[in-house]
Design a protein around this ligand. Structure first.
Ligand code: SF4
Length: 374
C-alpha cells in the first residue's frame, strides 16, 4: 500500500521496445524526446543542437531526413550523438533505408505511405538488419484520403483506424519493434485519440500535441493534453512540440513528468508567487537560482518562500529550504528542519553551495549502494 495513494499513477501495460540504448514501454522510464530544427545536411549545426538537447536531458532526438544530402550527413550526426536518433521520413522509402544504414535507432515512417508492398518490405528489412525500431506517426492534419471520406473530418476513430492500418502492415511483415503516436493540435482530439488507441493496442505510445504553438501557449496545451493522458497512465515516451528552441521542449517535457512524479531530474524548486510580505525578492531569486542550478541532475527539492506564512510548511517537505524573515535575513532549512540564519545578500551563493554539496552526498551514497549491490 502506498504511503500517499492519491499520488499513484497506474501505467498502462505496454510492450517494451528499444530505441537504440533507450527502452520504451513496459516499466521503462517515460522518455523525453525532441527534434532538431537545423538543416540536417549541415551536420555540424545539427550535432551541436543534438548535444545541447542531450545536455538538457533529452533521452532521444529526432532528425528530419528529407533528402539524400540529409541522410549522408545523418551518418556523421549518429556517430557524434550521445543519445539514440530517430530519422524522420515522409513517404520516401529510399531515405528510410539510407537512414537505417546510417545508424538511425528508429525510423519515423508510416508504412501505409511508403507505396508498393515490395518497398514496404525493403524498408522493414533494412530496419531489421540495422536494429531500428519504427514509430508510426498518425497526424490529424495528414490523414489518408479514404479515412477523411469515410469519417468526413479528422476524428479519434479515423486516427485510430489509420494507426491500426499501419500496425497491420508491420505485423503482417513480422515486425513488432514499433511504437505509435496519434497527434493532433486540438487537445481534445489528441486526448480522445490516444485514449482510444490505448484500448486497442499494447504497443508503446509516443505522446504529443502537435503544432501546439509558441513557448507559453504550447507548453500549457502540452501540459494539459499530455498531463491528462500521463495521469491516466497512458504514454511511454513524449515530445512537447513548441515553436521554440528544442532545448525548451526538453525542459517542458521534464517539467510535465516531474509535476506528476513520473520522472525526477535536477532541482525541483517550490516557490511562492511573492507578495508584500516577502522578506526578499522571490521572483528575481528564483530566476537566478534556476539558471545557476541548471547543471544539477540529481533529483532534489528546494523551497524558496517569501515569508513564514508558508515557508516552514513547504520546507518540511523539501531537502533544502529558505524562508524570508525580517531585517534582511532568512532561515535556512535542511531536511525539513530549521538549521541556520542567512543574510539575503549572500543567500543565492549559499543555496547554490548547499545544493551542490547535497547533490554530491546523494551521488556518493548512490555509488556506495550500487557497489554493495554488485
Ligand atoms: S509565502 Fe509569504 S511572501 Fe510568499 S506569497 Fe505567501 S504570504 Fe506572500
Amino acid at each position: 500500500m502506498s504511503i500517499r495513494p492519491w499520488r499513484d499513477i497506474q501505467r498502462r501495460v505496454s510492450r517494451k521496445i528499444r530505441v537504440g540504448s533507450v527502452e520504451v514501454g513496459g516499466d521503462a522510464p517515460i522518455s523525453v524526446q525532441t527534434m532538431t530544427n537545423t538543416l540536417t545536411s549541415d551536420a555540424k549545426a545539427t550535432i551541436e543542437q543534438v548535444l545541447a538537447c542531450a545536455e538538457a536531458g533529452a533521452d532521444i532526438v529526432r532528425v528530419s531526413c528529407p533528402d539524400e544530402a540529409s541522410t549522408k550527413a545523418f551518418r556523421e550526426i549518429c556517430r557524434e550523438s550521445p543519445v539514440p536518433l530517430v530519422a524522420d521520413i515522409h513517404f520516401h522509402y529510399k531515405r528510410a533505408i539510407e537512414a537505417a544504414e546510417a545508424g538511425a535507432a528508429c525510423l519515423r515512417i508510416n508504412p501505409g505511405n511508403i507505396g508498393a508492398p515490395e518497398r514496404v518490405r525493403e524498408v522493414i528489412r533494412a530496419a531489421k538488419d540495422h536494429g531500428c525500431s519504427i514509430r508510426i506517426g498518425v497526424n490529424a492534419g495528414s490523414l489518408e484520403k479514404h479515412l477523411l471520406e469515410k469519417y468526413a473530418e479528422p476524428c479519434p476513430e479515423a486516427m485510430i483506424e489509420s494507426g491500426l492500418d499501419h500496425i497491420r502492415i508491420l505485423e503482417d511483415n513480422d515486425f513488432h519493434e514499433f511504437k505509435i503516436s496519434v497527434k493532433a493540435s486540438d487537445v481534445f482530439l489528441a486526448a480522445a485519440a490516444y485514449q482510444g488507441l490505448a484500448d486497442v493496442t499494447d504497443a508503446p505510445i509516443h505522446l504529443g500535441v502537435t503544432e501546439a504553438g509558441g513557448y507559453v501557449t504550447g507548453s500549457i496545451k502540452s501540459a494539459i493534453g499530455l498531463g491528462n493522458l500521463l495521469w491516466m497512465g497512458i504514454g511511454d515516451t513524449l515530445r512537447v512540440s513548441l515553436s521554440a528552441d528544442p532545448v525548451e521542449e526538453v525542459k517542458i517535457g521534464f517539467e510535465i513528468l516531474k509535476s506528476l512524479g513520473l520522472r525526477h531530474r535536477g532541482v525541483n524548486i517550490i516557490s511562492c508567487p511573492s507578495c508584500a510580505r516577502q522578506g526578499f525578492d522571490v521572483i528575481a531569486t528564483v530566476a537566478e537560482l534556476e539558471k545557476r542550478l541548471e547543471h544539477i541532475r540529481t533529483p532534489m527539492s528546494l523551497s524558496i518562500i517569501g515569508c513564514v506564512v508558508n515557508g516552514p510548511g513547504e520546507a518540511l517537505m523539501t531537502d533544502i529550504g529558505f524562508t524570508g524573515g525580517g531585517a534582511g535575513s532568512g532561515m535556512v532549512y535542511l531536511a525539513g528542519r530549521q538549521d541556520h540564519k542567512m543574510g539575503n545578500e549572500r543567500m543565492i551563493d549559499h543555496i547554490v553551495e548547499l545544493v551542490e554539496k547535497r547533490a554530491a552526498e546523494i551521488e556518493a551514497a548512490q555509488a556506495v549502494a550500487m557497489k554493495a549491490a554488485e
